[in-house]
Design a protein around this ligand. Sequence first.
Ligand SMILES: Cc1cc2nc3c(=O)[nH]c(=O)nc-3n(C[C@H](O)[C@H](O)[C@H](O)COP(=O)(O)OP(=O)(O)OC[C@H]3O[C@@H](n4cnc5c(N)ncnc54)[C@H](O)[C@@H]3O)c2cc1C
Ligand code: SF4
Length: 467
Amino acid sequence: MFLPPRLSQITNENTITIMGKERAFLEIHRQEAGYRDLHDRIHDFGEVEQTLNTHERKAQASRCMDCGVPFCHWACPLGNKAPEWNEALYKGEWELAYKLLSATNPFPEFTGRVCPALCEKACVLNRYNHEPTTNRENECAITEGNFREGFIRPRTDIVRNGKHIAVIGAGPAGLAAANDLNIMGYQVSVYDKNEAAGGLLRYGIPNFKLNKAVIDRRIRLLEQEGIEFHYGKDITCDPSFASQFDAVVIATGTPTARDLTIPGRELKGVYLALELLAQQNRVLAGCEFTPEQRVTAKDKDVLVIGGGDTGSDCIGTAHRQGCKSVTQIEIMPRPVEGPEDPANPWPAFPRTLKTTSSHEEGCTRRWNINTLEFIGENGKLTGVKVQEIEWKPNPDGGRPLMVEKGKPEIIKAELVLLAMGFLKPQHPDFPDNVFVCGDAKNGASLVVRAMASGKQTAAEVNKYLSL
Ligand SMILES: Cc1cc2nc3c(=O)[nH]c(=O)nc-3n(C[C@H](O)[C@H](O)[C@H](O)COP(=O)(O)OP(=O)(O)OC[C@H]3O[C@@H](n4cnc5c(N)ncnc54)[C@H](O)[C@@H]3O)c2cc1C
Ligand code: SF4
C-alpha cells in the first residue's frame, strides 16, 4: 500500500525523516504497565504503578504515528512535543528524548506519574480505536532513564543579572516559575509555610501515586542550580515585602477547602480530606502525632463525600490504614461510561466515569446522594443521614433542579472525609511588581496546568523587568 509522506517527514532541508515506526500503530497494541497486585499493594504506601521493560517501552513509543496535526501537543497545557520525544525514545536516544521533553516540561517526573494525560485523550489513535499512545508513562520512563544514567545534572551555565525575585509557594506552579526565572539569570528565593517543598505534590497526593523522594531529588537539583529555599515562612505579600524584591510571584495554591456546614459538623470524626491526606504523608516522612491528633481510618467504616480525585485518594489511604469499609457518595449524577463522552467529544477531555487504582481496591460508589446531617453519640460520629435525589430540567432554564427521591437513610460511618473541592482564592490589589500563578490564580486544577501557569508567569515577570 502506498503511504504518502507525512508533513513532519519533510524537514527544512527537504530530507525525509521517519517519525515513530511506520505502521506500528496498526501492529502494536497500547500496553499500560498496570498496577501492582491489589492484595500486595494495599499493605504499603509504595507507588502502585509498575513499569514496562525497555523493549516494551520503545515499542509503545513507536506507536506514535506523527499524525500531522498533533492534537496531543494542543491538549497538553505545557505544549509537550510528544511526537518528537516519542520518536527519540523509540530509537533509544534517551538523552535526546529528555532534551526534547524538558524543553517544555520542567518536571516530567511529576506529570509522568500524576497527570491525567489530556494529551492521550486528544491523541488521534484515541479517536481511531481508543488505543492512544502511552505518553504519560513514556514521559516518566524517559525521565527515570535519564536520572538513572546520570544524564540529568545541575546547569553550570547560568549567568546572573543582579535582580532578585521572591516566589511565595513551593508547589508545582511556584517551582516551575522559580526554575525558569533562575535559568534566565535572576536570583530566586522561594518561601513556603510548610517544612518542605512540593505543595500538594507532597502534602496532598498520596505516596502510592507519587513517592516523595522524587520531589526531593528535583529540589536538590534546583538548589544546586542556585535557587534558595526558605521553609516554615508564612508570608503575607504586603507592600513592604514586595518592595524588598525586583518582583514577587505568588503561587500559594487554594488553601481553603469547601466545607459542609450541616448539623453535626462539629462531631469528632468529620474531617476535610487534606487533614487525613497531609497527615498521612507527614507520618510517612517521619512526623509524629499524638493519638488525639491522629486522623485514621483504622477499623472504621469510612464515608467519603465527593466523587472526584481527592475522594479517590482518601479511599486508597483509608484502605492502607486498615479501614473496615469505604463508601464514596457524590451529589451529581453518575457520569457516562465508556471511552466516549457525547457532551464533550474528542479531542476534548471526556468527562466519563473514572475508576482509579483506589476504587479497584474496594469501595461502594453512589451518585445522586445529598448529605443532610452528621449523626453522633457522646460527641463522636456514628453515621450520616443522606437523601437520594434526582436532577430535573429547570422549566425556567439554567441549572437543573434537585428533587428528593424516596426517604432519607443513614449510612453507618465513624469517619467522614469531605472531598468537595477548594474555594478559588480572592486577592487584594497588589503592587505592579507582584504576579499570581497556578491554583492561586485559576482555582483548583491540575499539576500540569499549575506548571504551565508558573512558566507563563516567569515569562511575564521577565518581560516586566526587561522594560
Ligand atoms: C488530594 C489531591 C490530589 C491531587 N491529585 C492530582 C493528580 O493526581 N494529578 C494532578 O494533575 N493534580 C492533582 N491535584 C491537583 C494539584 O495537586 C494542584 O492543582 C497543584 O498542586 C496546584 O499547584 P500550585 O503550585 O498552584 O499550588 P499548591 O500545590 O497548593 O502549592 C501551594 C504552596 O504554597 C504554600 N503557601 C500557601 N500560602 C503560603 C503563604 N502565605 N506563605 C508561604 N507559602 C504559602 C503552600 O504551603 C504550598 O506549598 C490534586 C489535588 C489534591 C488536593
Ligand atoms: S504533561 Fe500530561 S498532558 Fe502533557 S504530555 Fe505529559 S501526560 Fe500529556
